[in-house]
Design a protein around this ligand. Sequence first.
Ligand SMILES: [Zn+2]
Length: 347
Amino acid sequence: MLRELDHLPEGLLDLQANRLQDRLQGPTLIHLPGRREPALLVSVLMHGNETTGWEAVRALLRPYTTGEQALPRSLFLFISNVSAAAVGLRRLDGQPDYNRIWPGCEDGGSQEHAMMRQVTQIMRDRGCFASIDVHNNTGLNPHYACVNVIDNRFLHLATMFSRTVVYFIRPCGVQSMAMAEICPSVTLECGKPGHTHGVEHARDFLDACLHLAEHPVHPVAGQDIDLFHTVAVVKVPEALSFGFGDPGMDIDFADDLEYLNFRELPRGTRLARIRGGNGLSLSVQDERGRDVAERFFVVQEDELRLRVPVMPSMLSKDKRVVRQDCLCYLMERYDDHLKDALAIPGT
Ligand SMILES: [Zn+2]
């Protein structure tokens, strides 16, 4: 199902994300030659409603389309879930989540799984300088980059985008984790879709990546990075209804929940009212898939509260996203990388 092109189709950069399906007819990998090899891989629209990546690519490539200026480095552009983008959805019903089907998970039977294996194999065969997968989220979050391994080259790449960096190893099957075996790779989270600031920030970052000659290998200075580690994912069980400031639901989350993203919350913080008898009814799993609900939450007098200090990310009031993905992730500060930084001062 993957289409491969060695040029940018005429007029492609004039199209908004919802028109790409018409023109491309499906997921498309476009190779554009530049002055340096190997190529930078940029993935956009892995989630069809997250348009900032495509908007950033439009802005990034426009100056290079006149033919006067060569790309500083070759580029592989992977324009991913264009059929979901055509209708403004993360994914279509019946489609898998395009950022959960990359090599590394156990299940892998669908044609979409095969496509991601194919893209990975192309990158392995051709070589890849770095991999950038551009996303948005639906809640109020700062811009940040995610890495899936603690490696100085990856952390440098991430801090070129933001001093806020999130390290995670679950969920599996994400693009940046599969590509981490081949080259430094990051996932960018550019805030909500449709914001000019997010587009400009992503474009500037991608342009800096195209101009980067090599990856620094020395440690990132401690003062230049806030590194967080995702320790659990929180989901609402299928069987329960939920809302935000809606007392008729089984779980009534605080109306201003998304303002808690990336805030270090104290023990006892109230997050929801749970209808009597439902108890601690959230699904909370750690990186190994173990149920850790009781480590993080407690229900007292029908109120859901934090049992320990923690920092949430990706909290969203978009019910469809909560059902399709999760309510939020829980994070802790991660300082282990600083030991290396301290061991080699001044490098
Ligand atoms: Zn996404």
